[in-house]
Design a protein around this ligand. Structure first.
Ligand SMILES: Nc1ncnc2c1ncn2[C@@H]1O[C@H](COP(=O)(O)OP(=O)(O)OP(=O)(O)O)[C@@H](O)[C@H]1O
Length: 175
């Protein structure tokens, strides 16, 4: 069972590697990708928060925002409603897909016990996983990712070639 986690410095291109890999794998007929993707919400050049998207359905919500009422992490309030309604659900439903993509396992996602349980279910399954691992997380779940996964560090020298390399690894494994 192939499980790959990409890590690396902030902004180096981890999400891009995962997104390009998922795009390439999605070209394979019948290949279903589930899981989540997070992205910045920017307004007038400033980051106001993060969105969260279900990769299988396209459903998108707000993971965190400077304006909000949920638990605070730095200047952002984590939106537990969308994290659970969209995020945890997407991860659970990904159990029916060929590949589970989790971008990313970071401190915001780890605030929700429901999200953590969904990820644990995936870890206990036999599903292939491609994840982005926040470089600094000391949460036990993040530790499990370091143990059970092949961890690849993205840098400027390898970020252009990694998507193809990772795609080929999954294709070889999944036939
Ligand atoms: N291979 C690449 N070549 C040129 N620019 C890139 C490449 N990969 C990513 N970038 C640019 O770098 C920026 C950060 O990319 P990305 O969001 O993938 O990084 P990240 O490591 O996931 O960031 P974070 O640490 O915030 O999660 C983006 O603006 C993206 O367009």
């Amino acid at each position: 069972m192939l499980r790959i986690a990409v890590t690396g410095s902030p902004g180096v291109g981890k999400s891009t590697v995962v997104a390009k890999t998922a795009e390439k794998l999605a070209e394979k007929p019948g290949f279903k990708i589930g899981g989540i993707r997070t992205a910045e919400i920017r307004k007038e050049g400033h980051r106001e928060g993060f969105s969260i998207r279900d990769l299988a359905t396209g459903k998108t919500g707000i993971l965190s925002h400077v304006k909000g009422s949920g638990p605070r992490l730095g200047k952002y309030h984590v939106n537990l409603d969308d994290l659970e309604r969209i995020g945890a659900n997407a991860v659970r439903n990904a159990l029916a897909c060929d590949l589970v993509v989790i971008d990313e396992i970071g401190p915001m996602e780890l605030i929700s016990q429901s999200f953590v349980s969904a990820v644990e279910e995936v870890l206990e399954s036999d599903k292939p996983v491609l994840a982005v691992l926040h470089h600094s997380s000391r949460h036990p779940l993040a530790q499990r990712f370091r143990k059970g996964f092949e961890v690849l560090t993205v840098d400027k020298g390898n970020r252009d070639e990694l998507p193809e390399k990772i795609t080929n690894r999954f294709l070889r494994k999944l036939g």
